[in-house]
Structure formats: structure tokens, C-alpha cells
Design a protein around this ligand. Sequence first.
Ligand code: ARG
Length: 458
Amino acid sequence: MPTKLWGGRFKKRTDPAFERFGSSFKWDCRLLAYDLKINAAHVKALKACGVLTAAEAAKLLSAIAGIQKRHESGRLRLDKGAEDVHSAIQAELEKLVGTLAGKLHTARSRNDLVSQSTRLYCKAHAAKMESLISRLQKEIVLKAERTQHVFIPGMTHLQNAQVVSQAHVFLAYAEMLERAKQRLQAARPFFDVCVLGSGALAGSTFNLDQKLIARELGLSSIANNSYDVSGDRDFVLNILSSAVFAGLQFSRIAEDLMLGQTKGFSLIDIDEAFCTGSSMMPQKKNADFVELARGAAGIFMSNFLGLAATLKGLPTSYNRDLQWDKRYLFDSVENCEALLEIFIKVFKTLSVNEKRAKELLSDESLYATDLVDCLVRKGVPFKTAHEQIGRIVSFAEEKGRPISKIGLDILKHFAPRIDGDVYEFFNAKHSVKMKKTVGSTNPAEVRKQITKWKKLLG
Ligand code: ARG
């Protein structure tokens, strides 16, 4: 039996090097389970429109179920030389039911078939990625819950800025990841379309019940235009762009963890199960996972760009260029899922060094903004207060003395409205409690955020 789904008009054999190069089976074998599901739905629709008798449909359905079973138990051996997974399944069915298998390809083309199975793959994996993101958020929120009392120097420009709680920073990660999840959620309708019946580009002369197929496949809409379906890979771009967003967030979170675990900070400890050593320097414990996570953003961006470049200027409807979509798709999805699975464990095992957090807070310039606000409350215009406290910070730096150890008379020399209560300000808890705005690092606000997340994530 020929493996090819075409060939009648060809007199020559396909060049073997081209055949190997052109085969997408090595990638699209991942679509196998989806393709089988589609085949089963298609059999039912072909029976409904009279192309298959009940007996033929039953025979095909049981053959498809048999392939599925062997696939699940790892006993399925398809022809790896097939042009693609769709051709390989067709060939397998021919082995099982003979020429009856040829009827299955009525009213369809690989153009709508590949589009449908790729959409089902995207739908399933977008859902998986969403749930992995939720699990990671849960882990992060748990860490936040346990670090509400740990105060650290919050930084901008990588310079000490103001005191925040470690929990507040962790909760920022939960927000960032939520946006990545929202991208995936927004992409859902692109995957949830029944495109079978579109055929190669023009539709089919058979009265295929697309509603029945949509129901069988759990899809909520039917494609509007078969010509569009034939060449549309925007749904793949959508999942690839979601991976870009997720990857960017991973890279920034990874960089925070990376910095936190350097000797200079020693604030965060990443479990050694996610680190490696050096072949030369025995003392090394390198945080390789977070470095790989930081670097992976490049993969996601290049995969998005790769497909975008493929689509640019391509004539509408199907062109074989589109076959390359799968390399980008599987690479991004598989890497994104793997990163999420590992990040979950990294956060579960990560610890925050509270003693070190206290040491890092010895820089009293972290309270400078609070001191400015204190003067403002006494009636000093903000700009003047900013200037005065700036001078005090500079004086303290010059003298190598903490501000809290400078006498009130000297402080008053720089800021005449300053009072004895100024010395209460060099306290992390006091500093965060002073914050009043919604979403601030005030412990009450942080608690609110934690409650919100716990309710949301279940
Ligand atoms: N393997 C092909 C792909 O992924 C399937 C569609 C082939 N269609 C065709 N007319 N050659 O795009």
C-alpha cells in the first residue's frame, strides 16, 4: 500500500533527499492523538452524510480506537518515513482495513486536517500552560505568605531605593505571571474553531455536518471561510506570542533570583537540586536553572519571529512553507511547559535568609523618602524637603555615619523643621506601615493581596 496520499499523476519517484527533508513526521508525530480524534469525528460525519455505511463506520472507528490504544501503551510503530503524521495514520489504517481506509479521506484535505489537529494541540497545551502558571502562582503566593515579616531593600536601577517586604516582591511575580496567563486566555477562541469541511481551500461537495464534528471535538465555533482556514496560522502566532510574554516574565523573575543568590546579596537560596557545579572549581554552586530560564526568553522570541517571517508576504490559502510552523510551536510549548514545571519546584524549595535581610537594611538611605514625607507633613514643600534630606544623606555618607547617629542639632542645620521624632523613622516595619495606597507594601495591603490570590487560585 502506498504511504502517500497523492501520486496518481506522478511518473517519477520523489527524490529521496527531498523526501527526507520534506517529511514533517519527526515533529508532527506529536499531533497523533489529536489526528486520531479528528478521524473518529470525521468517520461519524461521513456516516451521517451517507458516504460510509454503518458497518464501514464501525470498522473504521474500531481500527482508529485500536491505533489509539497501541499509541497509549507505547506499542504503536508508524512508518517514520511518511510525509507527515496524517499520511502515517492513513497508511496504518490501510494496513488494518484495506481500501476502506481510502474512504476516510473523503471531503477533507490535509490542509484542513493539519489546521484542525494543530488547533486541538494548541487548545490542550494552552490550557496546560495556564494551569501550570496557576500552580506556579500558588507556590509563589505561599512563599509570600511566609515572608510577610521579612523586609528587604527594594531597588530601582539596581540601587537601594525603599524598604519593601519580600512578600510584596513575590506577589509582583504573581501579577506578572497573571498577565502571561491572560495572553493565553485571550488566545483561546483562536483554537476553538472547527475547520473541517474547509477541504483544501474551497470547501466540500459533501454535506458534512460540521456542527456534529464540532460537537465531537468539543469546539465552540465553525470557521467562516474555507480559503482563510487553508492558510491561517495566526492561532499558532497567538500561542507563540503568549510564550514570549511568559518567557519575558520568567527571565525577569529568574534574574531577581539570580541576583538574590549571589554572595553579595546572599538573600535567596536556590535549592541545590536546581544548581550545578564546576568541573574545575570545587567550591562552585551555580544557579544554572535560573540562568537557563533567563536565556530561554530568546528561544520564545525567535520562534515567534520565525513564524512571523514565514507568514510575511505569503500568498493566502495553503503553501507548504506553513509546515515549518510546527518546529516553532512545539519548541516554544515544550520549553515553556518544562520551565514552568521546574519553576514550581524551585519556588517550593527556595528559602529567604532573614538574618541577611536585616543586614541589608543597615543602609539607612532606604528611609530617605519617608523622611521627606515627614517634613512635608510638617508643612515643608516636597521639593525643599527632598533637597534638605538629600543634603543629610550626602553628609552622612561623607562622615561614614548612619543618619540615625547624627545629632538633632546637625540635622536641624540641614532641615530646620526636623524634630526628635525623626529617629523613629529608621525602622523597616514602621516604614512599610506608613504606606497608605492600595497595592502598596503596607502589611495590610500585602495581606489583602495574599487573600485575593488564595481565593482566585483556589
Ligand atoms: N505536513 C503538512 C503541513 O504540516 C500537511 C499539509 C500538506 N498539504 C499539502 N497540500 N501538501 O503543513
